[in-house]
Design a protein. Structure first.
Length: 133
């Protein structure tokens, strides 16, 4: 098991990415990247308008706008499997679902518990604190 204190958390503000870094953001199923981190993903990192799930450009979209936390979990699980299969990438997970979607960190962070064991996944500081509590 990885000790999260040895990994750097996702930076609060991401303006650029190294070639192997992937910006992980909250999306909507329609892929209308019009606000928040989704807007940044679309304008800076190659998110595809109309694609609400998965790898696109230097981004990975996780839908967060379709219902309760239980509807987000399958997409997070899919992301964790993808990240585990792609150690060549470093995934920078933003506070998905905690902006426009309106969820609290304490609701979303537990979905990423298995991701905290992956060396190539950085989580937001707030998620790390919740997972270590």
């Amino acid at each position: 098991m990885t000790n999260n204190t040895t990994k750097q958390p996702t930076p609060d503000h991401i303006d650029s990415l190294a070639p192997n870094q992937i910006f992980v953001f909250g999306s909507n199923l329609a892929g209308q990247h019009a606000g928040g981190a989704a807007w940044a993903a679309f304008n800076k990192f190659g998110a595809v308008w109309g694609q609400g799930v998965g790898l696109q450009g230097q981004c990975y979209a996780i839908p967060t706008m379709q219902g309760p936390v239980s509807t987000i979990k399958p997409y997070v699980d899919e992301f964790i499997r993808f990240a585990a299969q792609h150690p060549e990438y470093e995934f920078l997970v933003t506070r998905i679902g905690c902006g426009i979607a309106g969820f609290k960190d304490k609701e979303i962070a537990p979905l990423f518990a298995a991701a905290s064991d992956l060396e190539n996944v950085a989580l937001p500081e707030s998620f790390i604190e919740i997972l270590q509590a």
